[in-house]
Design a protein around this ligand. Structure first.
Ligand SMILES: Nc1ncnc2c1ncn2[C@@H]1O[C@H](COP(=O)(O)OP(=O)(O)OP(=O)(O)O)[C@@H](O)[C@H]1O
Ligand SMILES: [Mg+2]
Length: 219
């Protein structure tokens, strides 16, 4: 699996109506073998916006996106197919269904219903919260919610896992657990793109890039 973004430009409109170039000729490459990249950069530099483009959630940019060497079509059907088949996304704000149980939320991550319960339980165990399976999400702490979001993304067994500040709500011990989980995921053949402020998370990745002034810079 390869991802290549070339000559990406994106401008955003600020609240006062002014336009700002968020991405200015940005380039990004994710190699063939299972690999991991950390994207670092100041708050507001565009990490989440970049992950949303990679995830197929934002078609409003200029430039080219190649997935597995082919141009990614930007119509809704194509993007939905990309998200469904290939991408797992742990979002910065988790995006869980608040009035459903932990297990149900994770099951929603599974592309195939058959076996989804067993697989979801296994993923909850991996992130250390199997005891919470039947608890409603709106009763969870921030760190617990974050781990549900991680379990849901794992349940999908995606080809590439995007993680936006995946340990932002976790203490050091839980962060260590998630890094172990990511290691396992990589061994199973999934590539990883992580936006993070954590030096520890970044150091666990094979490559670190910095987002600044609308471009990615190698460390
Ligand atoms: N659709 C949009 N319209 C207007 N401004 C936007 C839009 N999306 C993002 N922005 C702005 O673009 C900038 C980048 O936002 P983004 O969320 O990508 O930053 P980030 O690097 O993920 O920050 P953080 O580290 O705080 O999560 C911010 O200034 C944000 O306000
Ligand atoms: Mg962000």
């Amino acid at each position: 699996m390869t991802i290549e973004l070339t000559s990406i430009h994106k401008s955003i409109t600020e609240a006062n109506g002014e336009k700002r170039e968020l991405f200015d000729d940005l380039e990004f490459r994710l190699g063939d073998a299972p690999t991991s990249v950390a994207i670092m950069g100041r708050s507001g530099s565009g990490k989440t916006s970049l992950l949303r483009i990679i995830a197929g959630l934002d078609p409003h940019y200029s430039g080219s996106y190649f997935f597995d060497g082919e141009v990614l079509g930007r119509d809704a059907v194509n993007l939905a197919r990309l998200r469904w088949r290939s991408i797992g996304f742990i979002t910065q704000h988790f995006d869980l269904l608040q009035d459903r149980t932990v297990l149900r939320n994770v099951m929603f991550g599974c592309p195939d219903r058959r076996g989804s319960k067993a697989r979801s339980r296994e993923c909850l165990e991996r992130v250390g919260i199997s005891a919470l399976a039947s608890k409603r999400v709106n009763r969870l702490s921030g760190g617990e919610s974050q781990r549900v979001a991680i379990a849901r993304a794992l349940a999908k067994q995606p080809r590439v896992l995007l993680a936006d500040e995946p340990t932002g709500a976790l203490d050091a011990e839980s962060e260590e657990l998630i890094l172990d989980v990511f290691d396992t995921v990589k061994r199973m053949g999934t590539s990883l793109i992580v936006a993070t402020h954590s030096e520890r998370v970044a150091a666990s990745c094979e490559r670190i890039v910095h987002l600044a002034d609308g471009r990615l810079h190698s460390a």
